[in-house]
Design a protein around this ligand. Structure first.
Ligand SMILES: [Zn+2]
Length: 237
């Protein structure tokens, strides 16, 4: 049985690396996707800003068109007033309308000015955001390249380890021992063995009963931790 334990420990060493590489191969593209998502969100925000800048400018244009019509109307009224030939009531009516139009123009110009200021602020934000995005894209491109390289290296290493594992599987571990190991490997996230130090399992840190400790020391059979189920071994066996 000591041979079996030794073979399983060697297998566990290999499997620990295999699990690490598999996790790496999963993590790298995930991190790349997360980074891409962040940049896409920035791009979406910048599009929203562009839209609001366009809307502000359209409103300014609208105000300019209105005030321009109102000015034309004032000129027309002034001409008509000049031609009213001393008709007091008519003159008063023209002057009243001119005054109203001038007030309206003045109010519109004020809000137009406010909108132009707002559009300027949005433009400044946009410029800042564009340079942030540009910088983020550069960092992303570099990261993405690294992911490609690291992924290729990890895949190659994984293939090598899997081939090595296949080679070792055909050695002399009894099928039922191997079956137990494989089940635990899957159920316990890649850690099927646990070192027993004194009476303490070094994975789950629970104390095992003395009779189990003795059985593990004698190494007559495969013994499992009562708490985490892992196959127990002693370092110097
Ligand atoms: Zn345990």
């Amino acid at each position: 049985m000591q041979d079996t334990i030794r073979a399983l420990r060697a297998l566990q060493e290999l499997d620990t690396d295999i699990y690490r590489l598999k996790a790496e191969l999963k993590r790298l593209p995930e991190e790349r996707a997360n980074r891409r998502k962040e940049i896409d969100q920035m791009l979406a925000r910048s599009e929203t800003l562009q839209k609001s800048a366009r809307e502000l400018r359209a409103k300014v244009k609208e105000i300019e068109d209105t005030t321009s019509k109102e000015r034309q109307r004032i000129r027309k009224l002034e001409t008509e007033a000049a031609n009213s030939r001393g008709d007091g009531a008519m003159l008063a009516a023209y002057q009243h309308e001119i005054k109203t139009l001038k007030r309206s123009i003045s109010a519109a110009e004020e809000s137009g000015l406010e909108l132009v200021t707002q559009a300027g602020t949005v433009d400044a934000d946009l410029t800042k955001q564009r340079s942030t995005i540009e910088e983020a894209e550069k960092v992303f491109a570099e990261f993405s390249g690294n992911v490609e390289r690291e992924t290729a290296v990890a895949r190659q290493e994984l293939d090598r380890l899997l081939a090595e594992r296949k080679r070792r599987m055909s050695t002399d571990v009894a099928p039922e021992s191997l079956g137990l190991y494989e089940r635990l490997l899957l159920a316990r996230a890649g850690v099927a063995l646990a070192e027993l130090d004194g009476r303490i399992c070094q994975v789950c840190f629970m104390e095992v009963p003395t009779n189990l400790y003795v059985r593990v020391t004698r190494g007559m059979a495969l013994n499992q931790c009562p708490s985490c189920d892992r196959i127990l071994y002693q370092r110097n066996v």
